[in-house]
Design a protein around this ligand. Sequence first.
Ligand code: GDP
Ligand code: MG
Length: 174
Amino acid sequence: MPYMYKYRILLLGDSGVGKSCALLLSRYKRNEFNPESLTTIGLDFCTGSLEVDGKLIGAHFWDTAGQERFRTVTTAYYRGAAGALLVYDITKRDSYNSATQRWLEELREYKDNIDIMLVGNKTDLEYLRAVPTGEAKAFAAEHGLLFRETSAKDASNVQLAFQNLLTDIYHSFS
Ligand code: GDP
Ligand code: MG
């Protein structure tokens, strides 16, 4: 079935926060993602589809595939993106600072009209939490970002986060 719309969605955030796991997880869940490799420029992406308002919406999820470690995410990565998941690890304050400063600034520098979701991952490690939910939620509200906390380990909220962001993108484009 052909999609009416197809959006590119980026995954950004420090290395180790769980971006690739979240992507793999949603692929397994949906059972309809086909991973493809863009090994020449060091990026990976997965395609899939979700239903929004009764319509099938296609999505290309782009993963930095480790490029973020070298602080040199290629500009090709940002081109044509409709949305982004800005991921941090709720047990690592540094990863939150980096998501809300470095990654958000870089994203806005390349794309100023883009739907962004701030995602606090690893909620299964609640006992190690370093970033209060309320703080991240307030930051997101203040900066016009969607917000969710997820666990790619126990699968909680991951699918919901993808669905929420796609719904928001679809609505802002239609
Ligand atoms: P990336 O560098 O952002 O792509 O992070 P990865 O997806 O490669 O995950 C980095 C590490 O964190 C791996 O060891 C994962 O198993 C682990 N991880 C990812 N998501 C979670 C989560 O929600 N909870 C826990 N406890 N570990 C996670
Ligand atoms: Mg990765």
